[in-house]
Design a binder for this molecule. Structure first.
Ligand SMILES: Cc1ncc(COP(=O)(O)O)c(C=O)c1O
Length: 479
């Protein structure tokens, strides 16, 4: 099939629009004999029939395996350079009590960035000492809660927090481990990174201010300074940005060593994943080896001991393990000059996947209930919201006979989709189902109309009562 001029340059028409492109799908995803996509041994039509659509589906084995393999890769590579690694799972990517337990089973720690995320981690039974607490504007109540329950570390994000965390620790009679988040001046995304000497952003403290702030932390008897923290961005494919940032951080780290211990260094998260056929992220083993080499070389250059390293990946663990299942409602061929794009509208949209609208993020799509020989057609998967920017997949090819009632699946939606979900247009947030060994179970239930109405104080009766009443009234009036 010829390239449709309406398609972006990077998107080539596939030889077969039914194929599940390598690297994009959960490990267990495949097409079963009837052509349906099957994940964790459960087929898309079965999932839709049992749980409805839209539906988030997580391949439990894949998520657990990714967590274990990542930790092992970093353990191995940092043992090679004579140190250890603390891996924190960045809960902002996706958090439920089940997922928190999968991460703990994989011997990961949990990084939270609000009282709500902390509450979920604690409800999952995560030991408080395994939790790192982030945030550029932690409330005094959140700091109090974190110190009271005994979180392992608090990441100080602004000068004012030094006193706030110190006072809370004092109140609870503890010495609180803290890190200081700094702007290394490095910003990375996919293949590019930008290194500036100044950073105009809300997270972390100005690099040059860090020594004085560490002195202030060390002066507080209720605080224990663990080291620096830096997060340089998201969806990063190579190690160059981390190398530049680690080099800058370790020069500061070395300077701080002259006045006291600095046992750890936290390099943040941000490892990228594939969303489309052209994304080619580095394997996690290469990233671990590359980061270890950089840290070893930078420490050797400064003749300082290699610190314990901490990292905080989220997306790379949970992103590829998740997919979203939708049902097609309407199909609209839109002619633009001599070319046509098929607008395929599904029963969800920007309320379950805000990333395209927020970041211009690209996704891919496949027909999930069947395979067909129909010629591929350029499609745009649109949501059902009252917003023209409500696009789930900007461009991909699907078999041209895609029809209302078909199921479509969007891969790589495990991270930053459910966690960013909203109730825009009063759509209920979909359920999250974990699939494992032929079984599917709800790990977060979907929202009902009653859930949506529950917080509106102007409503005296439940939606169910209202529906029953109007049904009865209708019957009365037609008698
Ligand atoms: C401080 C911090 N750590 C870790 C992460 C996780 O990043 P990712 O999910 O891309 O690995 C983020 C993401 O925004 C972050 O802000």
């Amino acid at each position: 099939m010829a390239h449709n001029p309406l398609a972006p340059e990077w998107l080539s028409p596939p030889a077969d629009a039914n194929v599940l492109t390598d690297g994009l799908w959960p490990a267990s995803a495949h097409r079963s004999d009837d052509g349906a996509i099957t994940i964790g041994g459960v087929s898309a039509p079965d999932l839709a029939a049992r749980f409805g659509t839209p539906l988030y589906v997580v391949d439990e084995t894949d998520a657990r395996t990714r967590a274990v393999e990542l930790r092992r890769a970093f353990d191995t590579e940092f043992a090679r350079i004579g140190t250890t690694v603390k891996v924190y799972y960045a809960a902002k990517a996706f958090l439920s009590t089940e997922v928190a337990r999968w991460m703990v089973d994989a011997e990961l720690n949990i990084d939270v960035c609000s009282g709500g995320e902390l509450a979920v981690a604690l409800a999952a039974g995560v030991a408080p000492g395994r939790i790192g607490f982030h945030g550029n504007n932690k409330s005094v109540a959140e700091i109090d809660q974190a110190t009271r329950v005994g979180v392992g570390t608090i990441i100080i994000d602004s000068p004012i927090e030094i006193d706030r965390v110190a006072a809370a620790a004092l109140r609870h009679g503890i010495v609180q481990n803290v890190r200081l988040r700094v702007n290394s001046g490095v910003h990375a995304h996919t293949h590019e990174f930008l290194a500036t000497s100044h950073e105009d952003q809300k997270f972390g403290v100005v690099f040059e201010d860090a020594p004085a702030l560490v002195t202030a932390i060390r002066a507080q008897p209720s605080l224990n300074f663990l080291g620096l923290h830096c997060h340089i961005g998201s969806q990063i494919f190579g190690v160059d940005g981390f190398a530049e940032s680690a080099s800058r951080l370790l020069s500061l780290h070395a300077e701080l060593l002259t006045d006291g211990p600095v046992p750890e260094l936290n390099l943040g998260g941000g490892f990228g994943i594939a969303y489309t056929s052209t994304d080619d992220p580095s394997p996690i083993t290469d990233l671990a080896a590359g980061l270890a080499d950089i840290v070893a070389a930078e420490c050797a250059r400064r003749s300082i001991p290699v610190p314990v390293i901490a990292i905080e990946p989220g997306r790379v663990i949970i992103g590829p393990a998740g997919v979203t299942l939708y049902e097609v409602g309407t199909i609209k061929p839109v002619r633009i000059g001599d070319n046509t794009r098929l607008y395929v509208s599904v029963d969800g949209g920007m309320s379950d996947n805000a990333r395209p609208a927020l970041y211009g993020a690209e996704f891919s799509v496949r027909l999930a209930d069947r395979v067909t020989d129909a010629d591929a057609a350029l499609v745009r998967i649109a949501g059902k919201h009252c917003e023209s920017g409500d696009i789930v997949v900007d461009a991909d090819y699907l078999p041209g006979d895609v029809a209302p009632g078909d199921l479509v699946m969007v891969p790589a939606t495990g991270a930053y989709c459910w966690s960013l979900a909203s109730n825009y247009n009063y759509l209920g947030r979909p359920a999250v189902v974990a699939v494992f060994d032929g079984e599917a179970r709800v790990i977060v239930r979907g929202e009902t109309i009653d859930d949506l109405l529950a917080r509106d104080t102007g409503i005296a009766e439940t939606a169910h009562e209202a529906t029953t009443r109007s049904d009865n009234e209708m019957k009365e009036s037609t008698r």
